[in-house]
Ligand binder design. Structure first.
Ligand code: PEP
Length: 256
């Protein structure tokens, strides 16, 4: 992390976990544990938990996010939710392009771009996920994959709108597997992505953008990962479902 240049952000991705009662209880447990956080704290919850989580987090330093949104404002898109609907609910953040969406639901770089632009237009802050498969890392094309995903996702996004984007580097092989990228691998990939942003938007924008690492980050490995210059926070899956574990990661990101 380099807190003199950019904001540290820890975001939980609850995925398809927690009903409303459980969501309320988890946020209530988290509130006192992260009230002194020296970083931004976000919980990205299932659509059905958004209202409950927002109310539970009201008046605290925890912000609520969704895990996807559609690019159209409205229309015949059964089961989809628009960015405007999230905004109207008072939800400020949305994850876009998570590898599970890419892997199981046909998400492509082009649709990621459409969602990103719609979310920005609606006034949301986007957590944009990019990252390579294991086979791609083994072919030494991690850089190419991350560059391509980042460039396509950001097509048509202005320098001003970039201020409302957080990038999460998430090597797919490290998500939910217990296999973490080494801190050097995470630092290197995050630094590379910052270079891609610099090529697109210039040095000041690249220095200012928050780039998280995600992939089996937990209470034990968080400090080491966050000590990397280019790792400005984390997108946390499994460990975000237990308040003490998530709070320990927030504490690691709160160090000066
Ligand atoms: C994620 O889903 O974004 C993630 C990083 O999951 P986990 O922490 O469980 O690997």
């Amino acid at each position: 992390m380099n807190k003199s240049l950019r904001k540290a952000v820890i975001a939980g991705n609850w995925k398809m976990n927690k009903n409303r009662a459980e969501a309320k209880a988890l946020i209530a447990e988290l509130v006192p544990l992260v009230s002194e956080a020296g970083c931004d704290v976000i919980c990205c919850v299932p659509f059905t938990d958004l209202e409950t989580a927002r109310k539970a987090a009201d008046g605290t330093n925890i912000k609520i996010g969704a895990q996807n949104c559609h690019w159209a404002e409205n229309g015949a898109f059964t089961a989809e939710i628009s960015a405007g609907m999230l905004k109207e609910m008072g939800v400020p953040y949305v994850i876009i392009g998570h590898s599970e969406r890419r892997q199981y639901f046909g998400e492509a770089d082009e649709t990621v771009n459409k969602r990103v632009r719609a979310a920005l237009d609606a006034g949301l802050t986007v957590i944009l996920c990019v990252g390579e498969l294991l086979s791609q890392r083994e072919q030494n094309i991690t850089g190419e994959i991350c560059a391509m995903q980042t460039k396509i996702a950001l097509q048509g996004v202005s320098k001003d709108a970039l201020k409302n984007i957080i990038i999460a580097y998430e090597p797919v092989w490290a998500i939910g597997t217990g296999k973490t990228a080494t801190s050097e691998q995470a630092g290197e990939a995050n630094g590379f992505i910052r270079g891609v942003v610099e090529d697109l938007y210039g040095k000041d924008a690249a220095n200012a953008i928050t780039i998280q690492y995600g992939g089996s980050m937990n209470a034990k490995n968080a400090e080491e990962l966050l000590d990397q210059e280019h790792v400005d926070g984390g997108l946390i899956g499994g460990a975000s479902l237990k308040a003490p574990d998530f709070a320990a990661i927030v504490k690691a990101a709160s160090r000066p």
